[in-house]
Write a protein that binds this ligand. Structure first.
Ligand SMILES: [Ca+2]
Ligand SMILES: [Ca+2]
Ligand SMILES: [Ca+2]
Ligand SMILES: [Ca+2]
Length: 307
């Protein structure tokens, strides 16, 4: 009762942190969360005397002093965290049918996509907010990927149009995670959400029709790709703890691929020009993308800021 609505995060190695007196939580027990993810709204629940955040970090059940950027926190002073690291993305930025990589970088008040072009240059795409989750796809079907973000608090997608405009619409719930793919194979990418509590994908086509598919578990990270090359994207999940991809094949079977490290996040792309999607990971500890062409062939490229 004292802490009201609270979220405890298990950071591994005996470390946990608690965020208490929350107004609303966007996560469920067992869900895997990442840096930069909006997990809750600050509030005044429980034994609280006004809206504030009760933050605690604990090592082996003993509360530890909070330190931000090497500076011990002092009550009634202000410190900004700088640990919202890059999030990996992959898409065909230049339209040569081969996917490129990039990162979504959260800054103090803004966010920017940093896109690695095939010639080695980095192109910047300022878009979204630091509280957003990146989602990229070829929304207009011209062969070049476009930017987009998902806002958890408002459960809305904001997709950037090639002409500079934005397509904003509500979809899913605040506790969902976003995915993108061409579900109906018309060449224009669509979006969807994964609901961890029920391990269910909700895939939305351009007309607003929704297809549901139960796949994965509460701790799954959702992915999508065209695993069989028929032009329609399929869903899948990644579990960093076991470094295991599980892909939902169109014939109803599940394909399992072990790849990556426990500090990896999944990325999916057509690394060699073609319609079949390939797997990949970005290692948060090293900032290295590993693009898996086959079981025997991986290409590595370092890009983005390691954490
Ligand atoms: Ca490309
Ligand atoms: Ca496009
Ligand atoms: Ca489509
Ligand atoms: Ca397919």
């Amino acid at each position: 009762v004292g802490y009201g609505l609270h979220v405890v995060i298990d950071h591994g190695n005996g470390w946990t942190s608690m965020n208490a007196h929350l107004l609303k939580s966007f996560v469920v027990v067992g869900e895997r969360v990442d840096r930069g993810q909006t997990i809750a709204l600050l509030g005044d629940s429980g034994n609280s005397s006004g809206a504030h955040l009760h933050y605690e970090q604990v090592l082996d059940k003993t509360v530890q002093p909070a330190v931000f950027n090497g500076t011990p926190f002092v009550y009634n002073t202000s410190l900004s965290s700088r640990n919202c690291g890059d999030s990996p993305v992959a898409g065909d930025w230049n339209g040569d049918r081969s996917s490129d990589v990039g990162v979504f970088r959260r800054q103090a008040d803004t966010a920017v996509f940093r896109k690695l072009w095939p010639d080695g240059t980095t192109k910047l795409g300022p878009f979204g907010l630091p509280t957003d989750t990146p989602v990229v796809g070829d929304w207009d079907g011209d062969g070049q990927f476009n930017l987009g973000v998902w806002s958890s608090p408002s459960a809305t997608f904001t997709l950037k149009k090639a002409n500079g405009g934005e397509h904003v619409f509500a979809f899913g719930n605040s506790s969902d995670l976003p995915v993108a793919g061409d579900w109906n194979g018309d060449g224009r990418w669509d979006v969807g959400t994964f609901e961890p509590a029920t391990a269910t994908f909700f895939l939305r086509d351009a007309l607003g029709n929704v297809t549901t598919k139960a796949f994965g578990s509460v701790s799954s990270l959702p992915i999508a790709g065209d695993w069989d090359g028929d032009g329609r994207s399929n869903v899948g999940v990644y579990n960093p703890t076991t470094t295991t991809f599980r892909l939902a094949m169109p014939d109803g079977t599940t394909k399992t691929v072990v790849y990556g490290t426990p500090t990896s996040l999944p990325v999916v792309g057509s690394w060699s020009a073609g319609s079949v999607s390939k797997l990949g990971v970005w290692d948060t500890a090293t900032g290295v993308f590993s693009k898996r062409f086959s079981g025997k062939h991986t290409e590595k490229v370092r890009f983005g800021r390691s954490r």
